[in-house]
Ligand binder design. Structure first.
Ligand SMILES: [Fe+2]
Length: 158
């Protein structure tokens, strides 16, 4: 099995960052926080699947930080960073799938193909949020949080 190359831009499931969630929750942006949270859970599943496959192939599974943690607290900047990371992961997993195919490892190839599809989905969801912010401004996020405040028993219109 070929391990994905995590380039300098940083990508892959090892780059999970939970810090944004606290900032988004603190800013009252629950829906965007939940999107990051759901994505992070899928990424944790990726780590598990990769580790299981590496161990099955009698390799050594090791989880290390791919780079320093960046403290990004502005929602638009978070989404832009996330888009870059998701694209980086797609590129890495695509290359890994091709390498597995070239080395007659169809099972690992399928694993990387499935991970690539997940990353494509993450990219799409983040891109939609960023597009909406660019179209409607940060009011878009504010309106989302107003909805969640109502759902949580917060201020509601009559
Ligand atoms: Fe992802």
């Amino acid at each position: 099995m070929t391990e994905p190359d995590h380039g300098e831009a940083g990508s892959g499931p090892g780059r999970l960052v939970f810090l944004p969630l606290f900032h988004l929750d603190n800013q009252g942006l629950g829906p965007l926080s939940n999107l990051f949270k759901r994505t992070a859970i899928v990424e944790m599943g990726h780590i598990e699947k990769l580790a299981e496959r590496i161990l099955f192939l009698k390799g050594e599974a090791e989880v290390t930080a791919a780079g320093p943690v960046e403290k990004i607290t502005e929602p638009k900047a978070m989404l832009q960073k996330a888009l870059g990371m998701e694209q980086g992961s797609q590129d890495d997993y695509n290359k890994a799938a091709i390498a597995c195919g070239a080395n007659a490892d169809a099972v690992t190839k399928q694993l990387f193909e499935a991970l690539t599809a997940d990353e494509e989905s993450h990219f799409d969801q983040y891109e939609k949020q960023l597009d909406n912010i660019e179209r409607f401004g940060l009011n878009y996020l504010a309106l989302q949080s107003f909805g969640s405040a109502q759902d949580a028993g917060g201020p509601a219109s009559s």
